[in-house]
Design a binder for this molecule. Sequence first.
Ligand SMILES: Cc1ncc(COP(=O)(O)O)c(C=O)c1O
Length: 401
Amino acid sequence: MALDISAVRAAVPALAAGTARFDAPGGTQTPRPVIDAIAEALGAPLANRGTTTEGERRAETLVAEARSALADLLGTVPRGTVFGRSSTQLAYELSRTLAKTWAPGDEIVVSRLDHDSNIRPWAQAAEARGATVRWAEFDPETGELSPQSVAAVLSPRTRLVAFTAASNLIGTRPDVAAVARLAHEAGAHVHVDAVHSASHAFTDLDALGADTLVCSPYKFLGPHLGVLASRPELLEGLHPDKLLPSTDAVPERFELGTLPYELLAGARAAVDFLAGLAPGPATGTRRERLARAFAAVEEHEDGLRTRIETALTALPGVTVYSRAARRTPTLLFTMAHRGPAEISRALADRGIDAPAGSFYAVEAARVLGLGTEGGVRLGLAPYNNDEDVDRLVAALAELVA
Ligand SMILES: Cc1ncc(COP(=O)(O)O)c(C=O)c1O
């Protein structure tokens, strides 16, 4: 069954501006229930977490509801759900915590396909401990990061393998479970960047085989924060630096300072909004509804992606870099006689948002031969419709002509 796209669009006030948006991989527009949840959190008594006053109890409730929602989204339990400012901040914090036990001679593996947020924190932590960084290479012709390319750089000294569940630059979705299996056989911790994939695919920590993963609700209709998912038993064994009086309980031990309660309210509302996209009657648990919703989202987005892809490949002088067998609806392209920034500007002049660059996937852009200029990225969200695609296709044909 299909998504009700007009209902989705009607719920997102920013779309009233009339722009055809293909900038979702950078951050989505926000539905009204998410905006309302943030406002409501701030509009009623709110204090630091506790049990004595109404404000304290409300803060407790907002945290508990957000943990439960994000655990449902990611396939873990509330005690395995950590909130932070961003996925980058969470990766940095985790890298410093894990690196406490790394020593010279130890190795870590990062991938060239990744956003720098899942490379530099690990590489810098390794450097600080005298550990060696090894690189898993992807194939620029196919866009694939194969399990073999990761296996090639594993060793008995590998302490960590960090890689992406989906490339934010070209959409590649590697076989995460297969890579995780190999990494675990080598005795390594598996950290997965699910920031891009979590917007497009149903996420299951266990099925992915990840020890830890991160995602960012502002990429899937929520507010700007980061979430780390893991298993409570694993988190119990990790000891981040923390303030003396702050609790050592899991998951709070990983959350520095006061949580952004209003953003947690928004993140909870975003998960509920996503669950509400499940076609048909609202039956089953929230996680079951999320599974049905993501199936419908994938079908809708893949349909639009195919239309864009068909149009792009028919245009003379256009190169599309998104070629992997399993992909998100994220297409990176260049044109022979116009730079990416110029194309992006020309599209913006026609009311179409399609940003240009390498989007912090600097290693991947270099491997693809795109340097710092990168390409033009076309990304989709559940609110994109056929009319957006019609406008894009017409504008691209005009630019080529
Ligand atoms: C794949 C991927 N990883 C990590 C990040 C960084 O996320 P955050 O902004 O939450 O630090 C992004 C942001 O664009 C991303 O697309």
